[in-house]
Design a binder for this molecule. Structure first.
Ligand SMILES: [Cu+2]
Length: 182
C-alpha cells in the first residue's frame, strides 16, 4: 500500500512539474512578441513539440536555456522554413516576407558565420542585442543597399552572403554602446 501510494505521489509530482515547466515555456515564449499576437500564437518547445495550440499565424518559441542571453521569438511561416533549413544546414525555400519578433533580445552571435560558437572580434561578434525585429525576404538582392555593420545603431543585415541573410531591426537605442565598439 505504501508502495502504491508512493508511486501515485511520484506520478502526481511528475504531472505537476510538467505543468509548471509548460507554464514557464508558454510565459517565456509569449514574452518574445506583443501580447496581441503571442496570446493566440502556437507555442512550441525547442524539440518542436506543440505546447499550446494557437489560433493565429504566429508561432512562439521560448528562451533556449543552453544559450547566453534571453532569446525567445515569435515567428511566421517563412521563418519556420528558415529555422528548419538553418538547423539542418540546408537552403531555405520560403517565398514570402517573414517577420520575427525578439523583444527580449538574443544570444550573442557572429554576424558573418551562422554556425560560429566562439566569440569572434568586436566587428563581427554581436552582443547586447536588445529588443529587435528580424525580416527575411526570398530575394536577397533586395538587401544590397543595407548596412552589414551591426554597430551602425540602426538596421543591418546579419549573415549576408549566406542563405540565412536577414535584416536585424533594433527597436531599442543601440547607439551609445555601438559607439563604444562592442
Ligand atoms: Cu534575433
Amino acid at each position: 500500500m505504501v508502495r502504491m501510494f508512493a508511486a501515485a505521489f511520484a506520478a502526481l509530482l511528475l504531472i505537476t512539474s510538467t505543468a509548471i515547466a509548460q507554464d514557464e515555456v508558454i510565459k517565456s515564449a509569449m514574452s518574445a512578441g506583443p501580447e496581441s499576437i503571442s496570446a493566440d500564437a502556437t507555442i512550441l518547445d525547442w524539440e518542436m513539440n506543440v505546447v499550446r495550440e494557437g489560433t493565429n499565424e504566429w508561432t512562439c518559441l521560448p528562451d533556449r536555456p543552453n544559450t547566453e542571453g534571453t532569446d525567445p521569438w515569435c515567428i511566421t511561416g517563412p521563418w519556420m522554413n528558415f529555422l528548419q533549413a538553418y538547423v539542418t544546414q540546408t537552403e531555405p525555400d520560403y517565398d514570402e516576407l517573414g517577420i520575427a519578433y525578439m523583444l527580449m533580445g538574443d544570444a550573442p552571435v557572429s554576424n558573418s558565420d551562422p554556425y560560429a560558437t566562439e566569440p569572434t572580434g568586436p566587428e563581427d561578434w554581436v552582443t547586447d542585442m536588445g529588443a529587435h525585429i528580424m525580416l527575411i525576404v526570398p530575394d536577397h538582392s533586395m538587401l544590397k543597399g543595407l548596412s552589414t555593420d551591426h554597430r551602425n545603431g540602426g538596421p543591418w543585415v546579419m549573415w549576408p552572403d549566406t542563405p540565412y541573410a536577414h535584416v536585424m531591426v533594433p527597436v531599442e537605442n543601440r547607439w551609445p554602446k555601438a559607439k563604444e565598439g562592442y
